[in-house]
Design a protein around this ligand. Structure first.
Ligand code: AMP
Length: 191
């Protein structure tokens, strides 16, 4: 199985690039942000709980997020592999993911990080706000909070994968096609 964690700050292009990788490698795309937004739309208890955190640009608590991801993983059978987008965002989530995949007799192949400077992220998110309908993209204070939370809580997850030799960083600046090409180059070197 090819199991990729697509990593990077908000606005790095994880969702967009995931779509391209899904098509190229026939992977199952699991985006925790998308799953939370779906729950909010459907008015579920999980959605109600997640919404207050998301509106403020904070992380939804680990217990809730891990349980949700576990349920999603268990629903899939016969997957050729997964692309995890927006998960793990804490070291506790990374450990939980390793354990879940172990139970499925598989493991993470690599974490690939999209590296994009902060000023470019802010520009991209402000631009995305015009079409995404996401309130967390529309407010500069919430954008800043999400970037701060990424630096404080999520960036350490990079070290977790570096320690196991699974971290790969690529330049996330350029056209969508440029970045897809860089991703494919890295993925094709993975055994
Ligand atoms: P995203 O669509 O990945 O930008 O996520 C949008 C929001 O959903 C984040 O700002 C968090 O509030 C929440 N969220 C998504 N994934 C996670 C996660 N793995 N852990 C905690 N909160 C998350």
């Amino acid at each position: 199985m090819l199991n990729i964690v697509l990593f990077g700050p908000p606005g790095a292009g994880k969702g967009t690039q995931s779509q391209h990788l899904v098509d190229t490698y026939n992977l199952i795309h699991l985006s925790t942000g998308d799953i939370f937004r779906r729950n909010i739309k459907e008015g579920t208890e999980l959605g109600k709980l997640a919404q207050s955190y998301m509106n403020e640009g904070k992380l939804v608590p680990d217990e809730v997020t891990i349980q949700m991801l576990k349920a999603e993983l268990l629903e899939v059978d016969d997957a050729p592999g997964f692309i995890f987008d927006g998960f793990p965002r804490t070291e506790a989530q990374a450990v939980a993911l390793d354990n879940l995949l172990k139970e499925m007799n598989t493991s993470i192949t690599a974490m690939i990080a999209l590296e994009v400077p902060e000023e470019e992220l802010k520009m991209r998110l402000a631009e995305r706000a015009k079409t995404s309908g996401r309130s967390d993209d529309a407010d500069p204070a919430v954008i800043q909070k999400r970037i701060d939370v990424y630096n404080a809580e999520t960036l350490p997850v990079k070290g977790y994968y570096e320690r196991s030799g699974k971290y790969k960083g690529i330049n996330g600046v350029g056209t969508i096609e440029d970045v897809t090409r860089r991703l494919i180059e890295v993925i094709n070197t993975l055994s």
